[in-house]
Design a protein around this ligand. Structure first.
Ligand code: ITT
Length: 201
C-alpha cells in the first residue's frame, strides 16, 4: 500500500486545484492549496512567452515564500498553462488568464469569425519540487475552437474547446473525468506521477 503523499499546490486558481485533486488522488496523492497567512501566492510573472520559464519562476517564488515556515518540508506543485490558437500566432498563450477575464469566450469566437483554421492547443507545464529535486512535465491537448459556446462544465475556455481525441463535444459539454482523461493538465500530472514513482522493475 502506497503512503499518501501530501502535495501543496501553489496557485490562486481553484479550478486547477479541483482538477489536480481529481487526477492525483486516485494515484495516491492528496492535494492542498498552498496558503501563506491565509492567502494564495500572488506571483510576479516574468515577461516571456514560454510557459516553462513562467512555471520555473513560480516554483522558485513558492520556495522563497515557504522558506522558514511550517511548509518548508512539503512537496510543492506549480503549473503554468494556456490556450494557444494556431491562426493567431499562439495567442492568447501566456495571456490566457487576462484574455479570459477581459474579452472572454465570446471575444475569441468573434476574433475567429469566418476563419476555417480553428486549430488550437491547451498546454500545461507542471513542476513539482520534492526533497531538493525538481520533476517537470509538459502536457498538450490538441483541438479546435468551436463556432459557438457549448456547455458549462469545466472553466475558462472549456465551452469553446473541442479536443481532437473526442466526439465533437467541447470540454464544457463533458464530465470532469472525461476532460481529465484527455486534458493537458491530466496528461502533465500523470507524467509527473510516473516520474515520481521512478522506473518500474
Ligand atoms: P495561477 O498562476 O495562480 O496558477 P492562473 O489562472 O493565473 O493561476 P495561469 O497563469 O497558468 O494560471 O493561466 C492559465 C489560464 O489559461 C487560465 O486562467 C485559463 O484562462 C486558461 N486555461 C488553462 N487551462 C485551462 C483549462 O483546463 N480549461 C480552461 N481554461 C484553461
Amino acid at each position: 500500500m502506497l503512503k499518501e503523499l501530501k502535495i501543496l499546490f501553489a496557485t490562486s486558481n481553484q479550478n486547477k486545484i479541483k482538477e489536480a485533486r481529481a487526477i492525483l488522488q486516485p494515484l495516491g496523492y492528496s492535494v492542498q492549496q498552498l496558503l501563506i497567512e491565509g492567502a494564495p501566492p500572488d506571483f510576479v510573472e516574468p515577461q516571456t512567452e514560454d510557459i516553462k520559464i513562467i512555471s520555473s519562476s513560480k516554483v522558485e517564488q513558492s520556495l522563497e515564500m515557504i522558506s522558514g515556515t511550517e511548509f518548508s518540508d512539503f512537496s510543492i506543485l506549480v503549473e503554468d498553462s494556456g490556450l494557444f490558437i494556431n491562426n493567431l500566432g499562439g495567442f492568447p498563450g501566456v495571456y490566457s488568464s487576462y484574455v479570459q477575464k477581459t474579452i472572454g469566450n465570446d471575444g475569441i469566437i468573434r476574433i475567429l469569425e469566418g476563419n476555417n483554421n480553428r486549430q488550437a492547443e491547451y498546454r500545461a507545464y507542471t513542476i513539482l519540487y520534492q526533497n531538493g529535486k525538481y520533476f517537470d512535465s509538459l502536457g498538450i491537448c490538441s483541438g479546435k475552437i468551436s463556432t459557438e459556446i457549448r456547455g458549462s462544465s469545466g472553466f475558462g475556455f472549456d465551452p469553446i474547446f473541442i479536443p481532437d481525441l473526442g466526439d465533437g463535444r467541447t470540454f464544457g459539454e463533458m464530465s470532469q473525468s472525461e476532460k481529465d482523461s484527455k486534458s493537458h493538465r491530466g496528461k502533465s500530472l500523470r507524467i509527473l506521477s510516473d516520474e515520481l514513482r521512478g522506473p518500474s522493475e
